[in-house]
Ligand binder design. Structure first.
Ligand SMILES: [Zn+2]
Length: 135
């Protein structure tokens, strides 16, 4: 079993958007809302729990670089910011592939995580190290 996640930098994403007096941040309220939702989702805990469960089940949890997963066409590989019409709609400017933006990104993430490359970082190795055992 393969489970592939975006390797989100939670700390960066949840850093304050307020900035400094000299360089005030932009979209502070928007980013604060994003921060709250990321923290509320407890992404880190989710990831840890997945990793823990997969150690028992023998699966692989891999994390991939999240860059461009949302603007790359899962059909033809074309990468263009214009492919992403809005938060929900993906429409490839090259081949016309249309999908929900999250579904298109999920296909890209799965493909990146299951193809052998340097970007793949298996994180479910507890079982191999003998760190966990079945109860
Ligand atoms: Zn395309």
């Amino acid at each position: 079993m393969w489970i592939v996640l975006e390797d989100l930098k939670i700390r960066n994403m949840s850093a304050s958007a307020k900035g400094t007096a000299e360089e005030p941040g932009k979209n502070v309220a928007q980013k604060a809302g994003l921060n709250r939702s990321i923290l509320a989702a407890a992404w880190y805990r989710f990831e840890r729990l997945l990793s823990y469960k997969l150690a028992f089940l023998g699966g692989n949890l891999v994390k991939v670089d999240p860059r461009y997963t949302s603007v790359t066409c899962s059909e033809c590989g074309s990468r263009d910011k214009g492919n992403r019409e809005n938060q929900a709609k993906f429409l490839c400017l090259s081949c016309g592939h249309a999908d929900h933006a999250d579904v298109n990104a999920a296909v890209n993430i799965l493909a990146a995580g299951t193809r052998p490359s340097k970007a793949v970082k298996p994180v479910s190795r507890e079982r191999e190290r003998g760190g966990l055992s079945r109860p």
